[in-house]
Design a protein around this ligand. Structure first.
Ligand SMILES: [Ca+2]
Length: 431
């Protein structure tokens, strides 16, 4: 991993290999921890495991097996999950370049280009047409519009085309043994044991993406235990092979996460001339307010098609890119993957399969972007000036952009909070 990737790995609760592989999971960042040797008398009832070939993984496993037993799991289940695990280099060899933190290492328009492809939109429309009665039933049951369900399915696994081929226990065990996200990974491993004990899947069926997310809609094991659904009624929650189970599970999860039926996640808008960009600061305001100051919808009939009432104005690429009003469902999508870029792509796929098309606002593709170290300089300088950009991690997230925007407002500058070279120069000159 590069240093950015390592930092991002630490920072991001949801790691995504690419658009097709991300996962619903809760935020959890656990610090490094050491493995405490287990007295032979305690571990003897579980029995010894054959070596995985990785000493750290073996030592962690001996200790974790005892805790899994103490948590009430059956010895048979513990052995089934943990014997035969193999070390995964993506976690255990830090030189690996396999992790591509797409949301952060690329500009958002490249991420959107990659994930909201014409092919994905075409396939999504075909899937909706082919399964219209299923999507209708899911819409009725869970209140999640079909275009969002199909968009999640398309983003996560290209409509079931790529569900990953990693052994979920090996992936999560390697993550746990590596240490930084140990408590998260261990909780997921315990959930895998619950899945076996509930009879929802067999051990050999626990196939996942590299970070442990499973099936056509990429559920982490704890999410599976809490929200997976047997829609087909055959007694199994088969998110791997049964698209109806996977889609119903996603609908159930979004519904439980607060999805508001019938409401959009965003509406693209066009801003008036001489717009005050300081209004794009993450604050929800009445849609009437946005209307009154001259904002108009780009490709819908009005700013608030479902009568939501309030929305946040978001400029993902600053003043020079497209503008969106974000509604509460945008945040619900982020329970699947907390990156704004992910929620934007899901939203744009939903818009695209519904026939509303791509953003009309142009992305600033030719912009001279700041490097990671320059963003760190920007963050350091903003922090020195008292604007609280957060830790200087080289990632220009909402904290950094908010700090830059406050700096720009205080100096009467155009205040879009977008980290350009001009913005960096102004901040460095002031600090
Ligand atoms: Ca089923």
């Amino acid at each position: 991993m590069t240093s950015l990737m390592l930092r991002t790995f630490l920072l991001s609760a949801t790691v995504a290999l690419a658009a097709c592989e991300s996962s619903p999971q809760s935020a959890d960042i656990s610090g490094p921890s050491t493995v405490t040797p287990v007295p032979p008398s305690v571990s003897s009832s579980i029995g010894a495991f054959a070596s995985s070939g990785h000493a750290g993984l073996d030592a962690w496993r001996d200790e974790f097996a005892v805790r899994a037993r103490n948590a009430g799991h059956q010895i048979e289940t513990i052995r089934s999950i943990l014997e035969g695990i193999e070390p995964m280099s993506v976690f255990l060899e830090r030189s690996s370049e396999a992790v591509d933190q797409a949301e952060f290492s690329k500009p958002i328009w490249e991420y959107v280009d990659d994930t909201v492809s014409q092919r994905r939109l075409t396939n999504g429309r075909e899937r909706l047409a082919a399964d219209s009665s299923l999507f209708g039933a899911l819409e009725t049951t869970y209140g999640v519009q079909r275009e969002y369900l199909v968009a999640i399915w398309g983003m996560e696994t290209s409509y079931g085309g790529y569900i990953g081929d990693f052994d979920a226990p090996s992936a999560l065990a390697s993550m746990a043994a590596e240490g930084r996200r140990r408590s998260f990974a261990e909780r997921e491993l315990l959930a895998l044991m619950t899945i076996l004990e509930n009879g929802d899947a067999y051990r050999h069926e626990l196939i996942a993406g590299w970070a442990g997310a499973m099936g056509q809609t990429q559920f982490m094991p704890t999410t599976y235990v809490a929200y997976a659904v047997d829609w087909t009624g055959d007694g199994t929650k088969d998110v791997w092979r049964a698209r109806a189970d996977a889609l119903a599970s996603a609908g159930n999860y979004l519904s439980a996460s607060g999805w508001r039926p019938g409401e959009p996640s965003l509406v693209e808008v066009v801003l008036p001339q001489n717009f005050d960009y300081a209004l794009a600061n993450g604050v929800d305001r009445p849609t009437q307010f946005w209307q009154q100051i001259g904002i108009v919808p780009a490709n819908r009939l009005n700013l608030d098609p479902a009568g939501v009432g309030e929305a946040e104005l978001w400029l993902p690429a600053g003043a020079t890119g497209p503008a969106f009003l974000l509604y509460p469902n945008f945040d619900v999508i982020k329970t699947y993957n907390r990156a704004d870029s992910y929620a934007l792509s899901v939203s744009l796929i939903a818009e695209g399969v519904s026939g509303r098309g791509a953003p009309t606002g142009a992305w600033p593709r030719g912009i001279d972007r700041l490097s990671i170290s320059e963003i760190e300089q920007l963050q350091d300088a903003l922090n020195r000036l008292g604007y609280n950009a957060g830790p200087a991690d080289g990632i220009a997230g909402r904290g950094t952009r908010g700090a830059l925007q406050r700096f720009q407002i205080d100096r009467g500058m155009m205040a879009d909070g977008f980290p350009t070279r001009t913005a960096l120069a102004a901040v460095l000159a002031a600090s």
